[in-house]
Design a protein around this ligand. Structure first.
Ligand SMILES: Nc1nc2c(c(=O)[nH]1)N[C@H]1C(S)=C(S)[C@@H](COP(=O)(O)OP(=O)(O)OC[C@H]3O[C@@H](n4cnc5c(=O)[nH]c(N)nc54)[C@H](O)[C@@H]3O)O[C@H]1N2
Ligand SMILES: Nc1nc2c(c(=O)[nH]1)N[C@H]1C(S)=C(S)[C@@H](COP(=O)(O)OP(=O)(O)OC[C@H]3O[C@@H](n4cnc5c(=O)[nH]c(N)nc54)[C@H](O)[C@@H]3O)O[C@H]1N2
Ligand code: SF4
Ligand SMILES: [Mo]
Length: 889
């Protein structure tokens, strides 16, 4: 029987509603929910591949203690005893939880309560520290609370959209498409993109400001000073509802006095800066949408406040189409902020510095041992592990040995830690591989609860199918541990609604209109109501029973005197600076079709076809100076980061991608590849642990590095039936395809035939060797079926890897064998790198449609090849291909 169920996407903070089709306990199809206000029927490429990532073969299916399979009661006992024993010997601050914006609100709530109210330590922090803690601090400095003023409709209603440090076309694709659709309807709307790189997002903008990295505060200070000088401030709003203008303005004037000074400091032209300033002056309906290019910085809070200053000074806040808008990355980063999952938050928008609040929360929880103040933030937490102050850590739904700055150091710290407990849904992650206790968690399609998206909208993520193997919900696992530690009467949850109801009650508890976060309308929610919950924007209480779309248009802020604060900003440059040893600035970030550490998106072959290897983006002038060509291998080393041995620098080994989208002197690498998927390509291992002094957020966007060439003697591909535990090549990148595993490899001295013979002595081999051309192609056959192929030559062969994948496990005709050894993809056209993942349309096909069939527009390409007609994520790339090919030579 087929049925349809409404749920929410597992990935980004847009929080799209998903309509899942379920048959025989399997999700067989997904589509965007037409009725969900976040996406109104759309999904991006990651969302539309959700059902392709649910294969149980890669899942962690049962608990393990010390590498041995155990049952749940034994696992719970081991965790409880491990934590209790540590607390007994070293005190409550010797244990810590490191959790995630990918937990549901219910999971997050239980984690926060268990640590702060019962274990009695503030040591719970989350990967959101790496993501939006600067945005939270800036909102609190300006408004007194962590309140997102606007909503997604503002993005459509704005006449000027300023995207700062955001590659939304790839990272918040459905929102980006909503913006694009609004621009198409009203062509006089404008979009400005501020990003050192020319991203897919920047390529779609009316104005791209490729500023010098880290100089955003100069730009926004300069803008404020210029608007004041030209009489564009909202004096009435400033006088009645804000404080701090004089000092803020004088600092702005001091640090960014003129258009010329701004242009000089930011590395922009006068015309670029002036155009931007004039557009802002002329457009009251302005939304500034900012993301990791702002937050991930040692002055991230200041930069966010520089943006908020602009909106306060022009009164552009809380009105339709006018707001500062920090966009969150993870599906439930916002839910974490609501329960108080950051070490420096207490709970439910109450703070540590208010003793009455600490007492109130303790009373509400019936806390046996209430923590008295903030605990360790993410970077501090791993430092405390390294120094032996924290002896036991429980990591849930995050992969810190890949995503934390100084990733290799974090790895060494965990290797020394007495007790590492990891809850994850997958069987192998770089972090899980270091755990003493492994706990299988339910994943998307099984877990059940709520998430809050970037516009404060709470939606249900529903269980669609039974849990895989013995996987259990995170809230259940923690509640069981709490019970085993003696606090069962305070953790008697039978289902997610029990947790949600208690969370809603806490938000309303002795609130009396004092706290913005108030879910009082749900304080007595029943299971049936919870099941039927429709997406609403908090608060949801007597005053706002259907949720509240916007805050602050009335000029009422949650500061003691009710006024918003403008904050004087003294711009600071990134902490590491380039020198002769580390001449390049390194920027890190995301690709369109991968999610973070690839534990789920790496499984779907369709998603690895867009960009199949970690490439280092480099300006052609830099490449020329280093005597490198596009596709050459390099080794990148970071400063102040030490590798696996603790002595030499961490290393990132990959091929370069020469592109003018990059500023000279600056490199970009993707963050997705882990030790599971590449020999040496963990971006965060190159990034030092410098953090913002207010928010504790690491400066993940601004490292400095050296580059040295590496010339392998040969490169190529190895197709195998399955992944290897320990690949033998000095450099490799793995892809999981439908027929088996593909390795892209680079080798020194290596004979493909000898290696295959050692692995499969019983196999038959056919090979082609051209010693002069240094080319080797070997095929291994088991029982007449093709089981492995290695193809090596001095440069990477231009072959469509899917072609060989399709042949694996097949009994090949003589002609196919001949083609294979000759390296001719017999009759199978090579589509080239995949541009449209939905319909698997490659660059070669698109180029020939433009060149030979005369397609002149995205629409024409869509009609001819279907590319761009489903999720639309590839439209910016289609436009670029059209532009490039149509330029007169
Ligand atoms: N496809 C995909 N989408 C995702 C995710 C994913 O893993 N994959 N992850 C989600 C998560 S958790 C997050 S946090 C978001 C992140 O979403 P984004 O913030 O949009 O993504 P990033 O690629 O990290 O960085 C954004 C841009 O900041 C720019 N930048 C770097 N330095 C500066 C600077 O000094 N100034 C300015 N103005 N810009 C700078 C970079 O060049 C980059 O293009 O994406 C979410 N969406
Ligand atoms: N250099 C550099 N580093 C970065 C960034 C950057 O831009 N540059 N960005 C930072 C940002 S913004 C972020 S958000 C982080 C993300 O970094 P991480 O959080 O480390 O990355 P994920 O791969 O999302 O890890 C989530 C893990 O949880 C598992 N999981 C999924 N669902 C569940 C569940 O329901 N329960 C449990 N228990 N496990 C689950 C997944 O299998 C996966 O192993 O990376 C940060 N690191
Ligand atoms: S934009 Fe894509 S990844 Fe983000 S929630 Fe929507 S479908 Fe999921
Ligand atoms: Mo994030």
């Amino acid at each position: 029987m087929k049925r349809q169920q409404e749920t929410t996407c597992a990935y980004c903070g847009v929080g799209c509603g998903v309509q899942a089709t379920v048959q025989d306990d399997a999700v067989i199809a997904v589509a965007g929910s037409p009725g969900h206000p976040a996406n109104r029927g759309r999904l991006c490429v990651k969302g539309s591949a959700l059902h392709e990532t649910l294969d149980h073969s890669a899942r962690l299916l049962h608990p393990e203690v010390g590498g041995q399979r155990v049952d749940w009661p034994q696992a719970i006992q081991a965790v409880a005893e491990g934590l209790q024993d540590t607390i007994r010997r070293h005190g409550p601050d010797s244990v810590a939880f490191y959790v995630s914006g990918q937990l549901l609100t219910e999971d997050y709530y239980v984690a926060n309560k268990l640590m702060k109210g019962f274990i009695g330590s503030g040591n719970i922090d989350t990967n959101s520290r790496l993501c939006m803690s600067s945005a939270v601090s800036a909102y609190k400095r300006a408004f007194g609370t962590d309140t997102v003023p606007g909503n997604y409709e503002d993005l459509e209603q704005a006449d000027l959209l300023i995207l700062v440090g955001s590659n939304a076309a790839w990272t918040h694709p459905v929102l980006f498409q909503r913006m694009q659709a609004a621009r198409q309807k009203h062509p006089d709307k404008r979009m400005v993109v501020i990003d050192p790189r020319r991203t897919a997002t920047a390529g779609s903008a009316d104005l791209h400001l490729p500023l010098r990295p880290g100089t955003d505060a100069v730009l926004f200070n300069g803008l404020l000073a210029w608007l004041a000088e030209h009489g564009h401030l909202d004096e009435d709003f400033l006088t009645r509802h804000t404080e701090g203008l004089t000092a803020t303005l004088s600092m702005a004037r001091r640090t960014a006095a003129s258009v010329a000074s701004v242009a000089e400091q930011c590395g922009l032209t006068l015309e670029q800066v002036e155009t931007f300033f004039r557009w802002v002056a002329a457009t009251p309906r302005t939304v500034t949408f900012y993301s990791m290019g702002i937050n991930q910085s040692t002055s991230g809070v200041d930069k966010a406040n520089a943006i908020i200053n602009l909106h306060l000074a022009t009164g552009r806040i809380g009105k339709p189409g006018a707001a500062p808008f920090s966009i969150t990355g993870q599906p439930n980063a916002m839910g974490g902020r609501e329960v108080g999952g950051l070490a420096n938050q207490l709970a439910a928008h109450m703070e540590w510095d208010d003793p009455a609040a600490v007492e109130r929360v303790a009373r509400f929880w019936g806390a046996s041992s209430m923590a008295s103040g903030p605990g360790a933030t993410a970077t501090e937490l791993f430092e405390h592990i390294e120094q032996g102050q924290i002896r036991a850590v429980w990591i849930m739904a995050t992969n810190p040995v890949v995503s934390m700055p100084e990733a290799d150091r974090v790895r060494r710290a965990l290797q020394q830690c007495d007790l590492v407990i990891v809850s994850d849904c997958m069987a192998h992650t770089d972090t899980l591989d270091l755990a003493h206790i492994r706990l299988p968690a339910t994943g998307w399609s099984e877990k059940d609860g709520t998430v809050t998206n970037s516009e404060r909208r709470i939606s249900r993520q529903r269980a669609l199918v039974p849990a895989a193997g013995e996987a259990r919900h995170d809230w259940w696992i923690m509640s069981q541990v709490a019970a085993a530690m003696g606090w069962g009467d305070r953790f008697q949850y039978r289902q997610p609604v029990d947790v949600f109801r208690e969370h809603a009650q806490l938000t309303a508890y002795e609130n009396e209109g004092q706290r913005d976060l108030d879910l009082g309308a749900w304080a007595d929610i029943t299971a049936a109501e919870y099941d039927a919950l429709t997406p609403l924007q908090w608060p949801v209480n007597a005053q706002w029973p259907m949720g509240r779309p916007r805050f602050f248009a009335d000029g009422q802020f949650h500061t003691p005197n009710g006024r918003a604060r403008l904050i004087p900003i003294h711009p600071r440059t990134p902490q590491s600076s380039q020198d002769a040893q580390q001449p390049y600035r390194l920027n890190t970030g995301r690709l369109r079709d991968q999610w973070h550490t690839m534990t789920r998106t790496g499984i779907a072959a369709r998603l690895t076809s867009h960009i199949s290897e970690p490439r280092v983006s480099m300006h052609p002038d830099d490449a020329a100076r280093e005597q490198l060509q596009d596709g050459d291998w390099v080794s990148i080393r970071g400063s102040g980061t030490s590798g696996a041995d603790g002595k030499t620098a961490s290393e990132f080994c990959a091929r370069i991608d020469c592109t003018r989208d990059q500023r000279p002197g600056e490199l970009f690498v993707p963050i997705h590849w882990t030790r599971q998927y590449a020999s040496q390509a963990v971006a965060s291992s190159l990034v030092p642990g410098h953090v913002d002094p207010i928010s504790g957020q690491p400066e993940l966007k601004h490292a400095v590095v050296s580059v040295s060439p590496w010339t392998p003697s040969r490169q190529g591909f190895c197709w195998l039936p399955q992944a290897l535990a320990d690949p033998p090549w000095p450099a490799w990148i793995r892809r999981d395809l439908s027929g088996g595993t593909l390795y892209q490899i680079a080798v020194e001295a290596f004979s493909g035939r000898e290696w295959l013979q050692q692995r499969w002595p019983a196999a038959q081999f056919q090979s082609f060797v051209d010693a002069y051309a240094e080319t080797e192609r070997v095929a291994a056959f088991l029982d007449g079926r093709l089981s492995a192929v290695i193809w090596l030559q001095p440069r990477l062969p231009e072959v469509n890897p899917e072609w060989v994948d399709q042949l694996l496990a097949a009994e090949l005709e003589t002609a196919d064998r001949r083609d294979l050894l000759a390296g001719r993809s017999g009759g199978v056209a090579d589509p080239g790198p995949i541009v449209c993942s939905c319909y698997q349309v490659g660059r070669n096909e698109i180029q020939s449609a433009i060149g030979e069939q005369g397609c002149r527009s995205v629409q024409a390409l869509g009609q001819s090849l279907r590319c761009g007609t489903n999720c639309g994520s590839c439209i910016p790339e289609l436009k670029t291909l059209l532009e490039r090919q149509q330029q007169p030579v």
